[in-house]
Structures are given as C-alpha cells and as structure tokens.
Write a protein that binds this ligand. Structure first.
Ligand code: PBG
Length: 324
C-alpha cells in the first residue's frame, strides 16, 4: 500500500502512540558498570580520557557499587590496576591480588549484586600482552593454565561470573574445567568471544595501564574486516561451555551483534568500549552534540541490534536518566 493510503506518520502523532509501537526498550537491568580497582585507601584517580570515571581503591569501590545497586544496576565488571607486573602475571591469580580484594569488597558491601570479573593477563604482565611471551611470540597454550588459575582465584574470592577477554584459543574450555574441578560449577562464563583488534580501546589503556610494550594485539584479537570468523569464534566458545557471548566493541560491530543474536540461542552481551564513551563525552563537552541524547540513542541502538546485556561506562548516567 502506498501513499496516500499508507501514512507511517499516523503512528508517530503523540508520545502515547509512539510508546505503544516502540519495538525496543532499554532497561537498567540490561546494564553492567565497569570499575577499575587500585591498591590503597581513599583513592579516586580521575581517568582523563574517560570523563566521570576513576580508578578506585576498595573502600571507594564499595561506595560506588552500593550507589550503582541503589540505582538499579544489577552488576559490575571489575578490572585490576597494579604497578606490580612480571612475565607470568602472578598478580592476576594471587589470592589477595587487587581484583580478588575488589571482589570481596563488592560482595561485602552489596551481597545481592552480581560480580563479574575481567579475566586477562595484560594488566599484570610486564610486557602488557594478554598472554605469556616466549621468544617474542604469544604462547597460546602456556597462557591457558594461568587464565584458568585467574578465573578460579576470582571465583574463590566470590565472583559469580568470569569474563575472559584475552582471545587465546581454547581458554573457555580450560577455564570451565578449572572452575568445575574446584567445585565452582555455578560460576558462569561470559566470553569476550568476538573481540576485535580495535582503535576504540584507547582510553582504557590509560585507565588500566595495559598497553603492549611491543607489537600490537592483532595476532590474537580479530580483524575488523571479518564477520564469518566471528561466528566461528562464537560457536567454539559455545561448545567449550560459554554461558554468554560478548561482542566488543559495540558500535562499529552492530551487524555482528545482530548476526550472533539471529544464529545463537545464548544471551548476547556487547561492550560499549572506552573510545565509544570518550567520543560522546568529548563532542558533548565541546557543545557539538547533546551528550545525554547521544548516550541513550547509542545504548538503545545496541539493544536494537540484539544485545541483552550492555557493559558501559554510561551505566550510572543512563540508570539515572531511565529513572526520570
Ligand atoms: C583486557 C581488556 C581490554 C578491554 C577490556 N578488557 C583492553 C584491550 O584488549 O586492549 C577494553 C575495554 C574498553 O576499551 O573499554 N584485555
């Protein structure tokens, strides 16, 4: 049916009718807040390239987690920042490492909140790569055991979900086995299954101090040109035991989110990464865009693409906005 019989504008006449035919919704239940834990007490180091975000010591992590929970945000994902680094990333799987302390802090302050941890070595290796380096190359298989140990140490500190972001082959199976062997059969795995070698992680490197000292991450993170490979990565992780599949970054990869949503039955998560946040913040600061509107449009678009869960530095602001 064509104009004048068909008039799509009829269903846009008022806020009421628009709300009745709206296809996608964004809820605070979809949001996960990333937090950066640092040693010390009373520390809140603002992260220059992530306006509004800070590296927090555990006392402040407690406060922030409580504040997020009170806004209705169901989960945090924890990252650790430390000066203590070595070739084997020992601080990643130490019983009282910074992430392990932060997990306990959140569990203690807000027992109902879901604590997710980023499982990777790059914040803890002296060379800044996500795997063990042997003769200038990333040794995939030697890395797996350390990732599993890291995940188990997070579980034993109280994490209910672990999120491996290293992109080594076979790590989901190794982590699942490690968790099960230690009795953590109920700890879920949200796999960064489809993680691209992206320029949009720039501000995160300042936040977490994990820039690689040599080379880049293109031998393990995916080529932005590839979409079929994303399906292969995701299917492998599903078979290996992943409970949730993540795509990262989100905005330049909305097509990948949709493809995974269409082809898999698992929940799909998307990481609205540091560079995506920083772009909106920077343009809004200059007065070039309406920051709040761009934030809500961005988050809604990630939902429309098919993501169930969105990891975003906007979580607090968006939660406030959703409350009205
Ligand atoms: C660690 C990790 C990174 C991010 C999440 N986990 C950085 C990277 O892979 O270089 C990026 C998150 C962001 O940019 O917001 N491997």
């Amino acid at each position: 049916m064509l104009f004048p019989d068909s008039r799509p504008r009829r269903l846009r006449q008022s806020p009421v009718i628009r709300s009745m035919v709206r296809e996608t919704s964004l809820s605070v239940n979809n949001l996960v807040l990333p937090l950066f834990a640092v040693p010390g007490k009373g520390v809140a180091n603002p992260i220059n390239a992530l306006p509004g975000q800070a590296q927090l010591s555990c006392d402040n992590i407690k406060k922030k987690a409580k504040e997020a929970w009170d806004l209705g945000i169901p989960a945090v994902i924890l990252f650790g920042v430390t000066e203590k680094k070595d070739p084997l990333a020992t601080q990643a799987y130490k019983k009282d490492g910074i992430v392990q302390q932060a997990i306990k802090a959140v569990r203690d302050a807000v027992p109902e909140m879901l604590v997710i941890t980023d499982v990777c070595l790059c914040q803890f290796t002296d060379h800044g790569h996500c795997g063990i380096v042997e003769k200038g190359r990333i040794d995939n298989d030697a890395t797996l055991d350390l990732l599993a140990r890291t995940a188990v140490s997070h579980a034993s500190a109280g994490a209910q979900m672990v999120a491996p972001s290293d992109m080594m082959d076979g790590r989901v199976a190794e982590i699942r086995e490690g968790l099960d062997q230690e009795g953590y059969t109920d700890v879920a795995i949200m796999s960064y299954a489809v993680k691209y070698a992206s320029a949009f992680y720039g501000p995160f490197r300042e936040a977490a101090g994990n820039a690689p000292e040599f080379g880049d991450r293109r031998t393990y993170q995916m080529d932005p040109a590839n979409s079929r490979e994303a399906m292969r990565e995701a299917s492998m992780d599903v078979e290996e035991g992943a409970d949730i599949i993540m795509v990262k970054p989100a905005l330049a990869y909305l097509d990948i989110i949709t493809r995974l949503r269409d082809e898999l039955d698992l929940p799909v998560a998307a990481y609205n990464v540091s560079g995506e946040y920083a772009m909106i913040k920077a343009a809004a600061e200059k007065g070039w865009i309406d920051g709040d509107a761009a934030m809500m449009e961005t988050l809604l678009s990630i939902r429309r693409a098919g993501a169930d869960i969105i990891l975003t530095y906007f979580a607090m602001e968006a939660a406030r906005k959703l409350r009205g």
